[in-house]
Ligand binder design. Structure first.
Ligand code: S3P
Length: 447
């Protein structure tokens, strides 16, 4: 099969019900907590993707037994100090920033040096933002060029608590320090700019020594050493970041309606819903429930008559951080000029996504003005692409691939989109769901 897709036809109108795969942030966090719990933890609907498998393979190298049985994943945790630190361990985080960064928090007590490597994209990303705070606990790091992978970590047996100011709005930095604090003597105090709070919610659910004080612009989090972690059985809800591609596909299609089942709608992740709402897209949350501290619901999206431009409030940035590429497509169809600011973190993702957002819009013929941390998009509600568009991202960013597929299916043109393999990192069945939406089904209201 070629490692590219060619799309020449726009999607037909649809009325469907879909299920997208399990949430990536929760899947990786479940693996990490289960690996330091005492006893057997079972997950249902774990995302099976390369990022998640990188986490599984790595904890196995740390002496943790993992089994897959039917649709369940079973992890046999050996307790909080249960990792077996042999000599010369190499962990490969592949494309996963979340796994690569969070695992370091749990390795700050390793007796022997451990090498952490990643793929080309991850090796370009900043790991100093993690090694700086974790060094303060007492761990030692050697990084390539002082900030990149490969890195070598050597832990300490005398870990002390720290005070940490997380000012980027990075849940990966915050979570890595929370995990480090669970291993360290004393109480660590974190002042964190708002970001996704799955790690805190799991800690609370497991009754670990964590106290959270939510202020208007930041959270104060106090974490103390944990003696014991209970096993955690978890039914992973669907991923809102994967759902976002289908929400936007519906928003950009005519007379269409979509229900996405049981999606995690943690308030720190729903920027896509808030932004689409502000742009005139009707979204209903159905069957909302709380599961182990997390909010989940079915999301219904109705395609609007027209799309309004947005001056996107800066406080929505972290809530929609992984969704901006596909959100820019909505702005491309708006009746007017949209403005997105505070986006400096976007160029620090799997590829420089702010630059790529602008590049895709240019290829589509949409005027935009991009700065270091903002983009102004001049929407064209009548846009019909007639030319050839080729997308090839040398860092193989999965979200660039999926965004391009959504653009091809909604704006027309003759698209060749390279690196379909990239979806294996986060959403391997993305194209299967696209195919299902493109299939006619006249009998049922929803399929
Ligand atoms: C994630 C946090 C975000 C996000 C990433 C997943 C997480 O990264 O972009 O896809 O699971 O904690 P940052 O923490 O770097 O913002």
């Amino acid at each position: 099969m070629p490692n590219s897709v060619t799309i020449k036809k726009q999607i037909r109108q649809f009325k469907k019900k879909i299920i997208v795969s399990g949430d990536k942030s929760l899947s990786i966090r479940w693996i990490l907590f289960a690996s330091i719990a005492k006893g057997i933890s079972v997950a249902e609907n774990l995302l099976i993707s390369e990022d998640v498998m990188a986490a599984i393979e790595s904890i196995k190298k740390l002496g943790i037994k993992v089994k897959f049985e039917k649709k369940r994943c079973i992890i046999y945790g050996n307790g909080i100090d249960g990792y077996k630190y042999k000599k010369n361990i190499i962990l490969n985080a592949k494309n996963s920033g979340t796994f690569g960064r969070l695992i370091l928090g749990l390795l700050i007590n390793c007796q022997h040096s451990i090498k952490l490597i990643g793929d080309k994209s991850l090796s370009k990303r900043d790991f100093k933002r993690i090694s700086d705070p974790l060094s303060k606990f007492g761990a030692n790091f050697k990084l390539k060029n002082y900030k990149n992978l490969p890195l070598i970590i050597k832990g300490s047996s005398n870990l002390k608590s720290i005070n940490y100011n997380e000012n980027k709005g990075s849940a990966q930095c915050k979570s890595s320090v929370i995990l480090g604090a669970l291993r360290s003597n004393g109480t660590t105090i974190i002042k964190a700019k708002k970001s996704r709070n799955h790690t805190e919610l799991i800690c609370k659910y497991l009754r670990l020594p964590i106290k959270i004080n939510n202020k208007k612009n930041y959270d104060q989090i106090k974490v103390s050493k944990a003696d014991k972690i209970k096993p955690l059985n978890y039914k992973i809800p669907s991923d809102i970041s994967s759902s976002a591609f289908f929400m936007v596909l519906t928003a950009l299609s005519k007379n269409s309606q979509l229900i996405i089942k049981n999606v995690n709608i943690n308030p720190s992740r729903i920027g896509i819903i808030n932004i689409l709402n502000k742009m005139g897209v009707k979204i209903n949350l159905i069957n909302t429930k709380i599961y182990k501290g997390e909010k989940n619901a079915d999301i219904e999206v109705l395609s609007p008559k027209y799309i309004k431009p947005i001056n996107c409030p800066a406080n929505l940035t972290s809530q929609a951080i992984d969704e901006f590429l596909v959100i820019f497509l909505v702005a491309a169809k708006a009746r007017g000029v949209s403005y997105f600011k505070n986006l400096s973190e976007l160029d620090k993702k799997e590829s420089p996504r702010l630059k790529w957002g602008s590049k895709i819009l240019n290829k589509m013929g949409i005027k935009n003005i991009v700065t270091k941390d903002s983009i102004k998009i001049f929407g064209n509600p009548d846009l019909k692409i007639k030319k050839n568009v080729i997308i090839k991202n040398y860092l193989k960013d999965h979200r660039i691939f999926m965004t391009s597929v959504v653009a091809a299916l909604t704006f027309g043109g003759n698209w060749k989109i390279h690196d379909r393999d990239s979806i294996k990192t986060s959403f391997p069945n993305f194209l299967k769901i696209i195919k299902k939406l493109n299939q006619n089904d006249k009998k049922k209201k929803y399929n």
